[in-house]
Design a binder for this molecule. Structure first.
Ligand code: HEM
Ligand code: HEM
Length: 196
């Protein structure tokens, strides 16, 4: 679990050069994220339009989730699930802090962001499984399954919108561009009171 950062004269922001950015997201996480955005968008817009494209975009998204699960266990630093999967109590406490405007800056995912990561990954995996099932002998042509698949897809879209709102809120509150951080992999170094 990440720890609060202590005051240390040698690491105070004014004691460092601009090149001391913290390396947060490794290349696997960044490639995973932007490939997931592209494959999810492709699957969404090709649904009921171009069947083969829809299937393959959906399978790519599902394969990315499988890779990220392995990386969440075998990877290092902020990529690890152990770094950002928190107890529901910690997530609720963090959401309360947001309402009070006192939430700490996290160098990795904050507790609410960590919960969203798990929800998004679960949702996309469920789309992959239900999508695959529709092509099995047992479920082929099953209207209820198609309905469930469509409902999960809409649920994940709602989560994506909340995800974007969370990213925008954290970027504004802590005055840093989190979208750019997911591109470059770097963030402003931890300061006193940050969790990292
Ligand atoms: C253009 C749209 C999107 C933008 C700008 C965006 C931005 C971001 C940012 C900035 C983070 C890091 C948050 C942090 O600092 O804690 C992140 C993480 C994440 N986003 Fe997105 N996101 C987008 C769309 C999506 C979509 C469509 C999905 C899935 C369907 C998604 C799934 C995730 C996941 C799983 C993570 C965790 C990354 C990891 O730890 O590997 N995002 N996103
Ligand atoms: C990120 C992954 C995926 C997303 C976002 C997604 C999204 C959607 C959406 C929005 C629909 C339309 C639902 C409706 O009309 O109410 C749909 C339908 C469908 N999807 Fe997916 N899907 C994904 C993965 C897959 C996969 C992996 C497969 C199969 C290999 C698949 C097979 C289908 C089929 C067969 C339908 C048509 C269902 C029907 O008969 O109405 N999907 N999907």
């Amino acid at each position: 679990m990440p720890k609060p950062v202590r005051a240390d004269p040698a690491t105070r922001p004014d004691a460092r050069g601009a090149s001391d950015a913290a390396r947060v997201w490794d290349p696997v996480v960044r490639l995973f994220h932007w490939s997931l955005v592209a494959s999810f968008a492709t699957a969404w817009f090709s649904a009921n339009q171009v069947e083969a494209l829809h299937m393959w975009a959906g399978y790519v998204a599902t394969g990315l989730i499988a890779t990220r699960i392995i990386w969440g266990v075998a990877g290092t630093g902020h990529a690890r699930f152990a770094d950002f999967v928190r107890h529901p109590r910690a997530i609720i406490a963090y959401l309360r802090d947001i309402l009070r405007g006192t939430e700490a800056r996290h160098i990795g995912h904050n507790p609410a962001g960590g919960a969203m990561v798990i929800a998004l990954m679960t949702g996309v995996a469920a789309l992959g499984v239900t999508g695959w099932m529709m092509y099995t002998d047992a479920w082929y042509g099953d209207d209820a399954l198609a309905e469930v698949h469509g409902l999960i897809a809409k649920g994940v879209l709602v989560l994506v919108l909340l995800h974007l709102a969370g990213v925008a809120l954290a970027s504004l509150r802590h005055r840093e561009n989190l979208v750019r951080a997911m591109v470059t992999g770097t963030k402003r170094p931890p300061e006193e009171g940050d969790i990292g």
